[in-house]
Write a protein that binds this ligand. Structure first.
Ligand code: GLA
Length: 395
């Protein structure tokens, strides 16, 4: 059995396997587990510590009934605060009041809805909310998660004084591999030690910044930041992403109430252009039609999930107006015409900015309206509302 699982885990890394086995869960599972950026839902942005088995079950139900699952969202992840203590033998103990049926039953329920189940821990002694961390218990915790049927682990970086990031994440990566269940490994050290340089092969995705805030451009003294600040920090990271190794600009705030519809459209468009993991962070049980329309736009999601797996980048920065481009399979391009200013403005993408010859006619399709804009030669210009985007596919 163990051999069969090992072979499955290593399926995408035959060279490594031939050279003596996969070195980490990330290496082993990357091709199999996160070929395209993971999509799902996480409890933190909306519910913080207010998590319970009823919330998770209802969210799994809503994921299916709202059409989110059909649109590609698969993982239901319980963030911090599900755990309260360790038993005498070191076993991690879920909060018995909030999760009375236990985590195995909850994972089974999520799986019964055709979804995948994720959980949260921390590399240090305690999580960011002071719950027990995994330091010194990595193998025991990984075995426990595998026994519960966990498919995704988000692993945080609070209370890690004196620890080395790469070593700590590699330890849990190995523990997950040894536990024998394919588990997506989400690294959450906030970008401090440039994880894009060391995390490929250890985890499948890594946070690149401090925590997202549900605002356009606010920032917090402790490192939390609004949409625009996060976006600017992604601009140079495109060379590091690819199938099985994704930069993670943090979870989505779409639908949480702090931004306008245009700002949430900007948020979602950019996350898709960046090939970011798409972890919804709103209450799926009570979505407005506008929120649902943003989160389930198939053509925009297809940009995120494009099999080439190339992260988009900024190709022109004209102050308030910017153009970003993501190469897609089939020689197409996704382009965002963005307006950060406070008045509507024309924004132009010229073919030389996106690697097309100037005299080549190309078809332009608006991904938010679903309309063909037509054939254009040399450039395309659209009027973009303030804090909004026009997102097109050009081929
Ligand atoms: C950190 C992480 C957040 C969230 C909280 C939970 O701040 O970056 O995404 O997991 O911890 O305490």
């Amino acid at each position: 059995m163990k051999g069969r699982i090992g072979k499955y885990l290593c399926a995408g890394a035959m060279v490594l396997a031939a050279a003596g086995g996969c070195s980490a869960a990330g290496d082993a599972g990357s091709d199999v587990l996160a070929k395209t950026p993971p999509m799902g839902w996480n409890s933190w942005n909306k519910f913080a510590c207010n998590v319970s088995e009823s919330l998770i079950r209802e969210t799994a139900d809503a994921m299916v009934s709202t059409g989110m699952a059909d649109a590609g969202y698969a993982y239901i992840v319980v963030d911090d605060c599900w755990q309260v203590s360790r038993g005498g033998d070191g076993t991690i103990v879920p909060d018995p009041e909030r999760f009375p049926s236990g985590m195995k039953a909850l994972a089974d329920y999520v799986h019964s809805r055709g979804l995948k189940f994720g959980i949260y821990s921390d590399a240090g002694t305690k999580t960011c909310q002071g719950r027990p961390g995994s330091k010194g218990f990595e193998e025991q915790d990984a075995r426990q998660y595998a026994a519960w049927g966990v498919d995704y682990l988000k692993y945080d970086w609070c209370n890690t004084e004196g620890m080395d990031t790469r070593e700590a994440y590699a330890t849990m990566s190995r523990a997950l591999r040894d536990a024998g269940r394919p588990i997506v490994f989400s690294i959450c050290e906030w970008g401090g030690t440039r994880p894009w340089e060391w995390a490929p092969g250890i985890g499948h995705l890594w946070r690149t910044t401090g925590d997202i805030q549900d605002c356009w451009d606010c920032s917090q003294p402790w490192g939390g930041m609004g949409l625009i600040h996060i976006l600017d920090l992604q601009a140079d990271l495109y060379p590091y992403a690819g199938p099985g190794r994704w930069n993670d600009p943090d979870m989505l705030e779409v639908g949480n109430g702090g931004m306008t519809e245009a700002e949430y459209r900007t948020h979602f468009s950019f996350w898709c252009l960046l090939a970011a993991p798409l972890m919804a962070g709103n209450d799926l049980r009570a979505m407005t039609p506008e929120t649902k329309a943003i989160l389930t736009n198939r053509e925009v999601i297809a940009v995120d999930q494009d099999p080439l797996g190339v992260q988009g980048r900024r190709v022109s920065d004209g102050g308030a107006v910017e153009v970003w481009m993501k190469p897609l399979s089939g020689a197409a391009r996704a382009v965002i015409l963005s307006n950060r200013g406070s008045v509507a403005a024309p924004v132009t993408v010229s073919w030389d900015q996106i690697g097309l010859a100037p005299d080549v006619p190309a078809k332009v399709r608006n991904l938010w309206t679903g309309e063909e804009a037509g054939m254009f030669r040399g450039r395309y210009t659209a009027r973009v509302a303030p804090h909004d985007v026009v997102m097109v596919r050009i081929e």
